[in-house]
Ligand binder design. Sequence first.
Ligand code: ADP
Length: 827
Amino acid sequence: AGARAPRRQTPRRRAAAQESGRPRNLNSRSPDELAADLAAMTCLHELSTRLHESSELEPLLEEVLNATVALQKSDFGTLQLYRCVSGQLEIVAQRGFDPEKLKRYRYIDRTAATSCARALRLARRVIIEDVERDRKRAALRGTAAELGFRAQTSTPLFSRGGKLLGMMTTHFRQPHRPSERELRFTDLYARQAAEAIERQHAEEALRTSEGQFRRYFELGLIGMALTSLTKGIIEVNDELCRILGYTREELLQKTWAEMTHPDDLAADVAQFERVMAGQSDGYSLEKRWVRKDGEIIHSVMSARCERRADGSIDYLIGLVLDITELKKAEAELRRSEAYLAQAERLSHTGSWALNLATAELFWSEEHFRIVGLDSAAGAPGYPLALKVIHPDDRLFVVEALERAMREKSEFETQCRVVRPDGAVRFIRSLAQPVFNRAGEVSEYVGTIIDITEARQAEEKIAESEKRFRLLAETLPQHVWSSDRNGSVDYLNQRWLDYTGMTWEEARGNGGHAIVHPDDRPALEALWRQANAEKKSFESEVRLRKKSGEYRRFVLRGAPFLSDLGEMLEWHGTNTDVEDRRRAKEELENAQQELARVTQITAMGEMAAAIAHEINQPLGAIVNNTNYCLGLLGHPEAEKKKRAALRDIVADANRASAIIQRIRGLTNGSRHPITTLNFPDLLEEVINLCQRSLTEHQIKVTTAVAKNLPRLRADRVQIQQVLFNLVTNSIGAMSQTEEGVLSIRVARGKLERNPTILITVTDNGIGFAPEVAEKMFDAFYTTKKHGMGMGLRISRSIAEKYGGYLTARRNEGEGATFSFLLPADESA
Ligand code: ADP
C-alpha cells in the first residue's frame, strides 16, 4: 500500500535523496531530526486515535491534510476524493488557497496537467519540483501562476485492497522537493486518510443495505423479525404478525420457540445453538409454526446473526416466508397427479410430451405400462422411442408426425406397439402442438390410448354385423330394423325385391306404405304398446307386393335394449304365411270334407241300427194300417180304427224325425254359427249313439253346469267332436263289464278368459302313456276298420276355436278327454 516506488530514479533524484539524508539508523540522526520525527509520530498517533473516535470524515481529512502540510512545510495543500463513477478527483479539504480561485479546480480529471491528474494516471506519487523550469510542465504554468505555486507533490490514497480512494497534494511557492523522511511520514498520514475514507465507504454501504433491509422489513413481502440470543422477539414486521396471527405487542412478549411446531422445534434449536456456539452465522430451514388460532403454517425460514465489532452476536434476523398455500397447492398437485395417474390407468390413457428442440420425450406412468416398459429407466428420447412401434407401422407414424410438425397441426395416428414380451397392443396416439412466443412449435403434448380391447370388440362387432347381414340376406324372410321411433334403417334385399321399392324410397317411413290400409291401425297400436312396454310383438298383416297383390305376413318385432334397459332400436322379420294360411284353409276344407266322410262312414255303420229304428215304427205303421183295413166296414170298431190311425201318425212322425236327424248329420254344407245349448247338444249325441250304448250296456251320466258362459260356434262341428269322443269311449268299453260313460260340461279358465270345458270319461281299456300324443296324429288307429282321423279332426276343430283337446289316463281304468272352448268374451 501507500505510494508506489518510482519506477526509475534519475541521478538527480538520487542526489536529492542523499542530500535529504536517508536514516540508516537512529543514532546517525541529528537531535532536530529526532525531534521532528517524534512530532510527526505524535501527530500520527493522534490521527489514528481520532480516526477511531470520530465518525465524521471531512474534519478528519482536514486534520490529515494539515498534518501533512505541516510536515512538508508546504504553502498550500488539497485533499481530493476519487469519485469512481465519474473518474474525477474532487477537492474535499484545502489549506492556504483562496477558496474563490480554487473553485474552478474543484473537479480534476485525469487529462489535467496538474501533478494530481498525473498521479491519478500513473497511480503513483508525482513530484513536480519546479513548474517554470520543467519543460514538460508548461501546460501547468497558467494554473500555477494563478494559484501561486511553483512546486507540487501529489500522494495517492489507496485502500488496503489497492483501490484508489483519493489524492493528497502539497503545493510550494518556491521550487521544492520533499525529503525522503517527509515522504515516508506523508505516506503514513495518507494511510490514515485512506483508512478513514474506507471506513466511511463501508459505513455507507452498511447504511444502504440497512436501508434496504428496513424497506423490505416494512414492505412486508416476507415475514421478518429481529430476535434476541434468548429466542425472544425484539421486532417484527406486519407480515410476520399476519403469518402468525398475533399482534405486534403479543409477539414482542413471545419467543419463536413457543410458536414453532413441536415436531420442528428440535431441528431449529439445533441450528440456533450452532450459531450461538460460533459455528455458523446463519441457517435456513423449512419449518412449521402454530398460529394463534391453532392453524399450522408452513414456512421457509432463514436466520442470520448480526455481530458486534468485537465479533460477539448482537441479535439475529429471521426471515419467514409463508408457503402454506404453496404446500397446499403442492399437495393438491400431488393429489391431482395421483388422480391423473389413476384416471390414466382406468382409461388406459397414457400421456407424452416431445420437446422438439431437445428431442426430449416425457412418458407418463401409464404410457410406460401400455408400451410394456419400466418407468424407472426413463423415456427413451426421440427417435429412439419409435422402437416400441411395430416395424410395419413405424414408417407411417414417422410420416404422420413429420407432417404434423411441418403443418404445425394436430397429430393423430393408430398403430401397433410391440411390448418387450412380444405382446402386440393397438394404440391411438393424439397430440397437440404447443407454440412458443415466436409462433414456432416447441413441443407436442399428447396421449396414447390402448385400444386393443376396443378394437377387438369392434372387430367382433364388425364380424357379427357381417354375419348378421349375411344371415339377413339369406333368410327367406324380410329382415328389417328401425330406430325406436319406427324409422326404418335397414331392409334386406328380399324385402326390396318383394315390394319393388328402392332403399331410398323405403327408408325411414317410406316402407310403411306396403301395409294394407285395413291392417295399419291395429299394427300401429300394437307397436306403440310394445314400444312403451319394451316388449316383442307379433301381428299378422297384409303386405303389398310389387304387383299390387297383398299377401299375408307374420310381422315380428323385438326391441333391442341398451345395458341400462333403454330402447335403442327394433329388429324384426316379416314371414310370408300366405301359402301356409292357404294350405291350412285348404286343409281345413279337406278336413271338413273328411269329417263328413267319416260321419257318413259312421252313418254307414249305423245304417242297420237306423234301419232297425225306422223299421220298428214302419212295422208298427204297417201293422196298424193292416189292422185298420181289417176293421173297415165295422162301424162299431170306429174307436179302435181311430186309435190305430193315431199310432200310425205317431210312428210315421217318429220315423220322419229319425230321418231328419240323419240328414242333419250328413249335411255337408257349412253351418250357421249359433249360441250353443249344451243340454240339447249332449242329448242329440247320446241319441245318435243310443244303439251302441244299449248294445254294450253302457251307463251314461251327464252333468251340465248352470250359468255357462255364452259360446257361439258351428253347432255341427262341436257335435262332431263330442260324437267322436263318445264313439271312441264306447269302442274302448266294448269289452268292459260295467261300462260307464260320463260327460261333464263346466266353466273353465284359459289365461283368465272364461271357457267351457267338456270332459268325456270312460272306464274302458285306456291307452299306453306313449300313445297319449300319437292318438291325435292322422291315421293313428288301433281299430280293425278304424281310419285314425277322429281325434285328429276333433283337435283341429278345438284349436280352430282357440281351445284344445287333450287326453289323459285315468287313475283307475279308462281315459278322460278334455275338450276346452273359449267362451265369447262378451258373455
Ligand atoms: P279311430 O277311432 O278311427 O281309430 P281316432 O282318431 O278317433 O281314430 O282314435 C285313434 C285311436 O285312439 C284309436 O284307434 C284308439 O286306439 C285310441 N283311442 C281313442 N279314444 C280312446 C279311448 N277313449 N280310450 C282308449 N283309446 C282311445
